[in-house]
Design a protein around this ligand. Structure first.
Ligand code: HEC
Ligand code: HEC
Length: 329
């Protein structure tokens, strides 16, 4: 069993009142959205497939397995590629294969493509680099390096048998609730949802949890969490992710409203600076308004303007150098 699940179960066993009750009321019921009409379903290969596929050259198999290990245990590269608590699987759950948890193989079948976030045509390497720079508050492996190649090999193998450039993909990404926040979205209601359903694992202050120095529950805000440039800082992305994947092991348990409220609450907290920061919050926000319009970056919450600081967390720099030429202006 996964270590985090074991710890989760022992915590639940310790009977943290609300959560344990809720878990009993809803024993394992999984409520996930329907696939869109005509959506294309792909069943990505499993670890067993990687280990047994007779078509793989032994050396390629090794490289794919290395990429998978980097994806699952990205914390091994803390201080090199990663400067927060995340591993790729922290958000791309189920080894990056799981529907509604942003399965990663579609990137291998739909890139190169134009990407609105950086306004140019991106390769698969560059897409992976994006999650390093923002979600992992880190520094991507060099383009063309062995480590980058291993990650690309894992992503591409996961797409084995999938159609190329077919974009009507079932359960892609996180976004099924739509982009627009409900008008009555509420910080206070979100705080309550958080206390009742999330704090048991992610901590009273969103700090997550470590056991024997190893991250078992990643941080939701603060220095060890994703930075202000991460896709999940958009309230709609967080709300959809949360509703379909959290609390851990109980997808679909929160109502739409609860998911929106708690996403708002989490993303109304401070986190490391966006690598795109120009030194001026207003200017940065304006420059990338197509992104920030969906987050609380630059807005005043509880008397403080979010993101108005130079804090980059554990990461000793703002922008990863190898991304500058193509991704940052
Ligand atoms: C904090 C959460 C988070 C972490 C950690 C994270 N990602 Fe992502 N990733 C996202 C979000 C959000 C998206 C965009 C999903 C959407 O469009 O709804 C995304 C999208 C992607 C995509 C594109 C998927 C598609 O449908 O085209 C790839 C590939 C990807 N991530 C790879 C990675 C890799 C590799 C890592 C580890 C280095 C990683 N991600 C870590 C949140 C995360
Ligand atoms: C039983 C423990 C547990 C509970 C309860 C739980 N989570 Fe998580 N959460 C996890 C784990 C573990 C991961 C990382 C997934 C992985 O590594 O497989 C995670 C990942 C996340 C992430 C993405 C990574 C990050 O740190 O930003 C978010 C956002 C999140 N949880 C939000 C929530 C919210 C909101 C709730 C309450 C509605 C919640 N979680 C309840 C265990 C839990």
């Amino acid at each position: 069993m996964d270590k985090s699940l074991k710890v989760a179960l022992s915590l639940l066993g310790a009977s943290v009142a609300g959560l344990a009750v809720a878990a009993v009321q809803d024993p394992g019921e999984v409520k996930l959205p329907e696939y869109k009409e005509g959506a294309y379903v792909h069943d990505a290969p499993t670890l067993t497939d990687i280990k047994t596929d007779p078509d793989l050259h032994p050396e390629l198999r090794q490289v794919i397995l290395k990429g998978r290990d980097m994806f699952m245990n990205t914390q091994k590269y803390r201080g090199e590629y990663v400067f927060n608590d995340m591993s790729c699987k922290s958000c791309h759950m189920g080894e990056g294969r799981m529907p509604w948890a942003a399965p990663v193989w579609p990137a291998a079948t739909t890139l190169p493509d134009f990407r609105g976030k950086n306004k140019h045509v991106n390769s698969l390497e560059e897409r992976i680099a994006g999650c390093f720079a923002y979600s992992m508050n880190g520094k991507p492996p060099e383009y063309g390096s062995d480590d980058m190649l291993a990650l690309v090999a894992y992503h591409t193998y996961m797409a084995k048998g999938a159609k190329v450039y077919d974009k009507n993909i079932a359960a892609r990404g996180f976004n099924h609730l739509g982009k627009q926040m409900p008008e009555d979205i509420s910080y206070d209601a979100g705080q309550q949802v958080y206390t009742d359903n999330c704090a048991v694992c992610h901590g009273d202050n969103g700090e997550g949890k470590r056991v024997d120095g190893e991250v078992v529950f990643p941080a939701l805000w603060g220095d060890n969490s994703y930075n202000w440039g991460a896709g999940i800082t958009r309230i709609f992305t967080a709300a959809s992710f949360i509703q379909n994947n959290m609390p851990l092991g109980q997808p679909g348990r929160l109502s739409d409203k609860e998911a929106w409220d708690v996403a708002y609450f989490i993303n109304a907290h401070e986190r490391p600076q966006d690598p795109r920061y120009t030194g001026d919050i207003e200017e940065t926000r304006k420059k990338h308004n197509n992104f920030y319009q969906w987050s609380l970056y630059g807005q005043e919450i509880n008397g403080k303007v979010l993101g108005d600081h130079n804090n980059t967390g554990e990461k000793p720099f703002l922008k990863p150098d190898n991304l500058k030429p193509r991704t940052f202006d």
